[in-house]
Design a binder for this molecule. Structure first.
Ligand code: KIV
Ligand code: ZN
Length: 534
């Protein structure tokens, strides 16, 4: 990955910066599932996590390095602050990968230096060079990011970049950490770097940006025109605050408008050669997978992967498309892997057909997960004649990617109606095995359920989001419920799917509670261990 690329390097940070979205926390198996799909999608680099952050993060990076970081697979990268212990942990975690990268960062804006780091410019310059050299003692492939580059003094930025390249950085990444910059400014910044950093030809210029002003993708495309050759992005644009630049938008912009971009790569305008290594037909399924596993819903009008991105509502548009698709369509839905043929399985479908369709959708299940999902599939197929890809995803997600079963929902019973006070009866099995039944009255059936669960579980929390979506059209559709709960400072997601949305609502709530409860307990365990060590 050290030689100059002919096109664009896609660096996916869904598992690192994307996972920093509030409530998007993934467990190791979920991270591995996503990493395998990212490899199928064809990303060049997977930033698998921040190894030093926690033992769980370390293990996830290591596992992904081992399983996905094969010889012809993507580069596996770990983030590290510019500190010895961070860099050492990153080096250790990526060791099993055939191609590993350490990505180290240090802020360069005056505001970060003064308030966060409490360091002078010359101290930062020293540390950056020293830490890149340290990372280089472990791997050849070292990336350096001057955090908050978008608000840094360009002259200081040039100095830092020159220093880290001299110390061995093979990629220099320019982050717009706070999503502040505008497209022409970002283009000018990249141009300035090319013109003012004397050894810049020894490194690849990368960009990283957040979407606080909705400009991240536009900023990146301007950076590409000025010489950036690596784009750091996430699936569905998930990430810290307003998210990161969306991979699918960048890739499709470079694909659909390649004639516009070709000259910036020294190619003839008409060249049909792809500008990225992405298999665009994997985009939709990757988007669904990430949305299902993180619980981060995709807005219907989201570019490329939103439910409405390829549907025409107005009569004039429908008429035009029927006459010739080109009247209102700039890309074919099949390009991102959407097919018209959504109905795939039914009641009589066997286990093999079920497994192979799931594999096509990017789910590679263990035998026990497959068994659980198949039983659930048969149950739903009894109630619902046609099972679409979306139904399958909902089933698999529901059966296999759940939070630890600490509280277990044993019974949900509801009584409600126009002249009744909504009343829920719930039986919950507690983590210690005891089974408790209780009832509550609420403003509606879901409120009554949540009140009854809270009476039994007694885990303090605040419900901050409840949403229900129909997986497909039709009266027999599966309903997917997504819940977000908050304890004092963290958000936990719960997700469940069922043809009965009342049951799905109860299950989603219990799933979120289980995540919250298990995090509370692991924090307690860490605190106990730490106090024993001191
Ligand atoms: O936004 C940012 O600056 C980052 C860096 C660590 C690259 O995520
Ligand atoms: Zn970031």
């Amino acid at each position: 990955m050290n030689s100059k690329p002919e096109g664009i390097i896609i660096f996916d940070t869904t598992l690192r910066d994307g996972e920093q979205s509030p409530g998007a926390t993934l467990n190791i198996d979920e991270k591995l599932t996503i990493a395998k799909q990212l490899a199928r999608l064809g990303v060049d680099v997977i930033e698998a996590g921040f190894a030093f952050a926690s033992p769980g993060d370390f293990e996830a990076v290591q596992k992904i390095a081992e399983v996905v970081g094969v010889e012809d697979g993507p580069v596996i990268c770990s983030l590290a602050r510019s500190r010895h212990d961070d860099i050492k942990a990153a080096a250790e975690a990526i060791k099993p990968a055939a191609k590993g990268r350490i990505h180290t960062f240090l802020a360069t804006s005056d505001i970060h230096l003064q308030y966060k780091l409490k360091k002078t410019r010359s101290e930062v310059l020293e540390i950056a060079g020293e830490m890149v050299a340290y990372a280089k003692s472990f791997v050849q492939d070292v990336e350096f990011s001057p955090e908050d580059a978008g608000r840094s003094d360009p002259e200081f930025l040039y100095e830092v970049l020159e220093r880290v390249i001299a110390a061995g950085a093979t990629t220099v990444n320019i982050p717009d950490t706070v999503g502040f910059i505008t497209p022409s400014e970002f283009g000018a910044l990249i141009k300035g770097i090319k013109e003012n950093v004397p050894n810049i030809d020894q490194a690849i210029i990368s960009v990283h940006g957040h979407n606080d002003l909705g400009l991240a993708v536009a900023n990146f495309l301007e950076a590409v025109k000025n010489g950036a050759r690596q784009l750091e992005c996430t699936i569905n644009g998930i990430g810290e605050r307003a998210g990161n630049a969306a991979l699918e938008e960048l890739v499709m912009a470079l694909h659909v408008r390649r004639q516009y971009f070709n000259p910036f790569f020294g190619r003839p305008v008409e060249s049909e050669k792809a500008l990225t290594n992405i298999d665009t037909r994997q985009i939709y399924k990757t988007s669904r997978l990430v949305s299902n596993l993180t619980g981060m819903l995709v807005q219907p009008n989201k570019a490329i992967v939103g439910a409405n991105a390829f549907s025409h509502e107005s009569g004039i548009h429908q008429d035009g498309v029927l006459k010739n698709k080109l009247t209102y369509e700039i890309m074919d839905a099949q390009l991102i892997g959407l097919t018209d043929n959504q109905i795939v399985l039914g009641k009589l479908s066997g286990r093999n057909a079920f497994r192979s369709r799931l594999q096509e959708l990017g789910y590679d299940l263990s035998e026990s997960d497959l068994n659980k999902a198949f039983v659930r599939f048969k149950d739903i197929a009894d109630k619902k004649k046609e099972i679409s890809d979306r139904d399958l995803e909902a089933i698999v997600n529901d059966e296999t990617q759940q939070a630890p079963d600490l509280f277990k929902l044993e019974l949900v019973q509801i009584s409600c109606g126009s002249n009744a006070r909504p009343t829920a009866t719930i039986t919950l099995r507690l983590p210690d095995g005891a089974e408790i039944t209780d009832a509550a009255i609420g403003t509606g059936p879901v409120d009554a359920i949540y009140k009854a669960i809270n009476r039994i579980a007694n885990v303090p929390n605040q419900l901050i989001e409840y949403s229900v979506q129909s997986v497909t059209a039709g009266i027999d559709a599966i309903g997917e419920v997504t819940i977000r709960l908050k304890d004092e400072n963290r958000i936990f997601t719960g997700h469940a799917a069922n043809t009965d949305i009342i049951v799905a609502s109860a299950q989603a709530y219990v799933n979120a509670l289980n995540r919250l409860y298990s995090s509370m307990h692991s924090q307690r365990k860490h605190a106990q261990m730490a106090s024993q060590e001191t």
